[in-house]
Ligand binder design. Structure first.
Ligand SMILES: Cc1cc2nc3c(=O)[nH]c(=O)nc-3n(C[C@H](O)[C@H](O)[C@H](O)COP(=O)(O)OP(=O)(O)OC[C@H]3O[C@@H](n4cnc5c(N)ncnc54)[C@H](O)[C@@H]3O)c2cc1C
Length: 541
């Protein structure tokens, strides 16, 4: 066994871990170890923005989890990809950048995450981002000086995507310049983590520059097996590197950033969790913390496919010749269809004008595709488009728990979807909104055929049934080690410290008290940036 010593040890080089590794090493004083189970992100299909369909099910880059059969979804077991590579899920995600709605963070604060209200969160986002926005004559303008690049790629969208904005206009729906700006409600072109035609992951933005510092050590291909807890303090981390067992000691803190599935797994394997469950697997209990792994929230979405009378992205990428031309254009100019992620237009809408905040997020894509058994995503040949709706703030909560004392055994994931009346109600509200959009004069005018199941002909029972039969994750698991008031209702305090264990924090999407209304990568990196402030502040006292 080989041992070494660091001020801070971070587990997981994902969205949160990369931000932490940068911030905690910036002053040059702290010796930091970052441990990542996956390997290098220097892969062509990671860097190409439209390439994420190619990494979706690649076991070399992906933990590839499957949920338990979910009663709310007709007992279907759903595939849950998670990045296992430098950059974590930010290296395999769809790059859509959405801050979330102010109300999301007000609710964090109300549930005990003091200091995480919208004003602080907004200021943290401003430090995180550099935005590349297009001027009215299409010239990119830079705003902000954060490391994370957020780009408006609307000048390169497929021309069909403009139809979605025209359709919203037909219906009198709000259209906003930028859903991350002062008016988040309404449809707009999505912003993406893309820079100069390449994915700009958390690793690109934060880890790559930090790796030049001598006080940061990064180990890859290293699977953390457990944390060592002595007299109520996290003192070390045990991990496997090849056949060797390694021990790293933490002088100040261990920070778990292994994501919403693996962070609760690691705490439980280390004796922090529901005592009865841990004992059942022969694990010594260091802290009986019933909420570890509970509180799981995720977004579900339903998509409907339409054949179009006009060319869409399918006309380019659905055939060999178009693929070759798009590939050539990308290689020569870093522009064109491969340089723009698939989510091109969408945004937040209210299904009821009397609600005080939007409750559905829409995705409108100028392409239709299917996923083969192998996980390969195949684009249709004939022109088509897709409309998709995601209820913003589900209230059902599921769980993640270990099935054995071995880290190699995937944890048991129970999403518990549609367990509440309000979530079931949102299924209908979201479906009706999509129907309205599909029937708008603009979209009806370019629809050749509505592919089965036909949203327009469904009554309420059929719509509910279709959602249960086909809705799927949008890959946003959160809240499994959530912040809150006390050990009775949460895992972490508002400074992300694990209740009852010294020298231990969890900093990643699992720390959200409630899921945010939109995609979860932006709030995860925001959370990590503010967490770094708190960690450094505590280290000074
Ligand atoms: C296919 C897909 C598409 C998505 N699309 C979008 C999108 O377009 N926009 C958006 O905002 N969000 C999107 N998301 C969600 C978003 O990427 C995540 O919410 C975010 O990356 C979570 O960050 P994290 O730091 O919590 O975890 P991760 O980024 O997953 O990082 C966890 C890291 O810990 C490592 N790790 C885990 N266990 C261990 C262990 N035992 N030992 C060592 N290392 C370990 C993992 O390998 C990983 O690198 C998507 C996610 C997926 C999977």
């Amino acid at each position: 066994m080989t041992a070494s010593e660091f001020d801070f040890i971070i587990i997981g080089a994902g969205s949160a871990g990369c931000v932490l590794a940068d911030r905690l090493t910036a002053n040059g004083n702290n010796k930091v170890l970052l441990i990542e189970a996956g390997g290098s992100d220097a892969k062509f299909w990671i860097k190409v923005p439209l390439g994420y369909g190619m990494t979706y099910a690649d076991p070399k880059l992906n933990w590839g989890y499957n949920t338990q059969p979910d009663p709310g979804l007709k007992s279907r077991s759903i595939y849950w990809p998670r990045g296992k590579v430098i950059g974590g899920s930010s290296s395999i995600n769809a790059m859509t950048y959405v801050r979330g709605l102010p109300q999301d963070f007000q609710d964090w604060e109300t549930s005990g995450a003091t200091g995480w209200g919208w004003d602080n969160v907004r200021r943290t986002y401003e430090r995180l981002e550099t935005s590349s926005e297009l001027s009215p004559d299409g010239v990119p303008q830079k705003y902000g000086s954060g490391s994370l690049w957020v780009s408006d790629l609307s000048d390169q969208m497929n021309p069909f995507s403009r139809r979605f904005l025209q359709a919203a206009n037909d219906l009198g729906w709000p259209i906003t310049e930028n859903m991350n700006g002062a008016r988040p409600e309404g449809l707009s072109p999505y912003r993406s983590n893309v820079r100069n035609g390449r994915r700009w992951s958390a690793a690109d933005a934060f880890l790559r520059p930090a790796r030049r510092r001598r006080n940061l050590k990064v180990v890859t291909g290293a699977l953390v097996e457990k944390l060592v807890i002595k007299e109520g303090r996290a003192t070390s981390v045990r991990y496997k590197l090849g056949n060797q067992t390694m021990i790293a000691h933490a002088i100040r803190e261990v920070i778990v950033s292994a994501g919403a599935i693996n962070s609760p797994q690691l705490l439980q394997l280390s004796g922090i969790g529901p005592a009865e469950h841990l004992r059942a697997h022969g694990i010594e209990v260091h802290q009986d913390l019933g909420e570890v792994g509970k509180g799981l929230q995720d977004h579900l979405a339903i998509s409907y496919h339409f054949r179009a009378t006009e060319p869409t992205l399918n006309n380019i990428l659905g055939n060999r010749r178009g693929q070759l031309l798009a590939g050539l254009k990308y290689m020569l100019t870093r522009r064109g269809p491969l340089a723009v992620p698939v989510n091109q237009v969408g945004g937040f809408l209210r299904t009821d004008r009397t609600k005080n905040t939007p409750d559905v997020q829409l995705f409108c894509n100028p392409a239709t595709y299917s996923t083969r058994e192998t996980g390969k995503v195949v684009i249709d040949r004939v022109p088509g488009f897709l409309l998709s709706a995601q209820p913003c703030r589900p209230t059902s909560r599921g769980s993640v728990r270990i099935q054995s004392a071995k880290v190699a055994d995937a944890p048991v994931i129970e999403p518990n979807s549609l367990a509440t009346e309000s979530d079931r109600d949102m299924v209908l509200r979201a479906g009706r909104l999509l129907r309205e959009l599909a029937l708008s004069p603009t979209l009806a005018g370019v629809t050749k055929e509505r592919k089965s199941p036909d949203l327009i002909r469904m009554d309420d029972d059929e719509m509910r049934d279709d959602f249960r039969a086909r809705a799927s994750t949008v890959f946003h698991p959160t809240c499994t080690c959530r912040m809150g008031r006390s050990a009775a209702d949460s895992v972490l305090d508002a400074r992300l410290r694990v209740h009852g264990v010294r020298g231990l924090r969890v900093v990643d999407a699992s720390a959200f008290p409630n899921i945010t209304s939109g995609n979860t990568n932006a709030p995860t990196m925001m959370l990590a940036l503010r967490a770094a402030d708190l960690i450094l502040e505590d280290a000074r006292t």
